[in-house]
Design a protein around this ligand. Structure first.
Ligand code: ZN
Length: 130
């Protein structure tokens, strides 16, 4: 993305984008770092539909704790909340990555501009022409 100046307040498009992303960050709802897995099982009742292959499905959240996978059962009434919380986590991660890239680009440009300025000043001091 080009860092174009809009002429007012010296705010660049990039800064505007970062601000918008930061607003999305602060608007993020409840989040959970983990993945959803679907468990399918038979209940043990010999007359249940699951004996005919229609297995019971339930959701679980898996996440890592000190390098080990942990499974948390999700009750049916919390399925939507669990999905949303995990999506929110991934959204937030994407936003943080975007902000980081924009800030890094700005940093690189600033660093190279400073380098160029210092080079010019040194050249002037020693009376060299560009
Ligand atoms: Zn069953």
């Amino acid at each position: 993305m080009a860092a174009t100046n809009n002429g007012r307040n010296g705010i660049t498009d990039r800064e505007k984008t970062v601000e918008a992303l930061m607003r999305r960050l602060s608007g993020c709802d409840r989040l959970i770092k983990g993945s959803l897995v679907v468990n399918r099982r038979r209940c043990g009742n010999p007359r249940c539909r699951c004996t005919r292959g229609e297995l019971h499905e339930s959701l679980a959240i898996t996440y890592k704790e000190r390098g080990r996978s942990v499974l948390v059962h999700v009750p049916r009434h919390l399925n939507t909340a669990a999905r949303r919380a995990i999506e929110n986590y991934h959204d937030l991660k994407r936003i943080v990555t975007q902000i980081s890239e924009l800030n890094l680009n700005e940093f690189k440009e600033r660093a190279s501009k400073d380098r160029e300025q210092r080079r010019r000043m040194t050249a002037q001091r020693y009376g060299k022409s560009e």
